[in-house]
Ligand binder design. Sequence first.
Ligand code: GDP
Length: 324
Amino acid sequence: MAKRALISGITGQDGAYLAKLLLQKGYGVHGLLARRSSDTSWRLRELGILTEVQLIDADISDLSSVVRALQLVQPDEYYNLAAQSFVATSWFQPLLTTNATATSVAVVLEALRLTTPKTRFYQASSSEMFGKIQAPVQDETTPFYPRSPYGVAKLFGHWITVNYRESFGMHASSGILFNHESPLRGIEFVTRKISDAVARIKQGKQRELRMGNLDARRDWGFAGDFVEAMWLMLQQAEPSDYVVATGRTITVREFCRIAFQHVGLNYEDHVVIDPKFFRPAEVDVLQGNAARARTKLGWRPKTSLEELITMMVDADMRRVAAEA
Ligand code: GDP
């Protein structure tokens, strides 16, 4: 019988790519759909899978709605990708972030424990937990030092996952994913903000790009590659924690340079620094060591940074050209 997966956060970037991967593997794919007044299904539509996934009215902040979804689907695997995931917003809405990103993980784990404790669980943890880095290259043994309400909330999600594994023997794994991007990235994140602006500037629809700290360094990978690591974690006999990263880090400035250069522009002619985009506390640099994922899961990233940037800029060039 086909395996069943339940995904919270299915309308997000990772949810959409993971749903597509699982459908390709023959899974029945179900997702929790938190009702919002705006349409959030554009990513599933863009990947051509909106009609192939089963969406259930439920919200991870509401325990009984998750219990009902679990009773209905009886999933083999549960992927928790739902969160308030934008770091900058987390200072403006710290309590909402705590609810959506931290407490909700306990809601899902409780629902699983009470309803379908044999379901394998994946928690989307984040390199933001490393924050003010305690080692030049971060792996599963590096101490955490979050730098934003978002990072603090993700740390709770990570440890409650570890705790439920150790307390109740649940097959619960935590993927500590470094930044992962794609044409489906939300426009507020720096990579997509850049690729969208490059397309608009190239097509004469925008003149400048207002940016914050260009010296921040990130280890950016392709989300489509990273969701494969999530799936691999749940195929292991034993649950565990894994860093997922490319191992290469560059500055936001360098990302701008490559993106503008792809369409024959010089970023220095268009990028303007705006203090509005600086954060109260910054994560200066992240660089991951995914050796464990490589040796235990056989996972490695397939897409280079240059390929990722090209993919994102090309997608936005097409989108902007298609606008009226
Ligand atoms: P994060 O790593 O999860 O915070 O992902 P983001 O894409 O939001 O930000 C990555 C880095 O880019 C951070 O260090 C930001 O301070 C930096 N950055 C510089 N300018 C901007 C900007 O205009 N928007 C965003 N989102 N980030 C910026």
